[in-house]
Ligand binder design. Sequence first.
Ligand code: ADP
Ligand code: MG
Length: 345
Amino acid sequence: MLSLYARIMRRIVSIIIAGLTLTFVACAKPMPAQTEYVLGTLCTINLYEKGKPELYRTLFSRLREIEDHMSVNKDDTELDRVNAAAGREAVTVHADVIDVLSAALHYAELSGGAFDPTVGPLVKLWGIGTDNARVPAPEEINKVLPLINWKDVELDQAQRTVFLKRPGMALDLGAIAKGYAADEIARILKKNQIERAIIDLGGNVLAYGQKQGGKNWRIGVQDPAGERGAYVGILEIKNKTMVTSGVYERFLIKDGVRYHHILSTVDGYPVQNKLLSVTIVTDRSIDADGLSTTVFALGYEKGKALLESLGNAEGIFIFDDGTLRATAGVRSSFTVTSERYRWAD
Ligand code: ADP
Ligand code: MG
């Protein structure tokens, strides 16, 4: 017969073994990709073999923090305070807002205002992607157009303040915030010595590191005229980011006419230039996101010229007649897989 002491010891040992087994199983089996609704879209992060609950939690809370600072889909963000103080006073904001706004102003300058972060009043008027989506009357559009001018944004980097010079002006960073967020996730991954991950913030994809065995990641480019998840083709990249702007992401159909969400700062209507989508491939996601909207707004000729002048950004253009064009550096990395599309040249 075992003594009481021996029985207790045996019990303790078996608990320790069970604990160790559990820990071992937890270590051996990484968590699968995690998806949450943040920044107005579905965000998925896949950490592969390093998928630990704690790291996933850190990453998603960083995404929510960025959303709290600058989303237009949420009330009472720092951006709201800047907008509410338009024409009155400068507002102190978080460094996130300063970083994103300065990148946005850079793309506004590069595009001669085709991309403009002060597009807020116009975006609000159309409400595309919200419950209030509607086609505004021409008079309403003409009333807000004079409020759109990136040159009337005063950004003080040192004081961390933003001032919109005229009452009624409003910032909208929706065209670039997700790119910044993806870069932030990559920065945290680097700090945690993570080797590989796919960060997909609603189609804004950052392929961090390379696949096991050094292979390229294969990323589908959404068919702008097809079902969600239907691809035009496959892009092979490593340690790069790929961001698409297109007519399919958010739109409104009224009297049989489709209105999408990238707006012309000249006439106030959705940009119409035969493009269905533009995919940008770069090193930094904030640049890819800024450029995807910028190049879409500029159209093929001017957009392509801009990419070529920058040198470190590539683009894939999809047109409404089913043709595709691309800058030289990305052409061989993209394979068309859909029968509906073909290269124009
Ligand atoms: P998504 O956010 O759907 O991935 P984009 O990055 O192209 O697509 O951003 C589109 C968003 O950018 C719009 O929903 C709107 O908030 C904003 N926007 C629309 N037109 C412009 C413009 N001309 N310049 C800057 N931002 C714009
Ligand atoms: Mg964009």
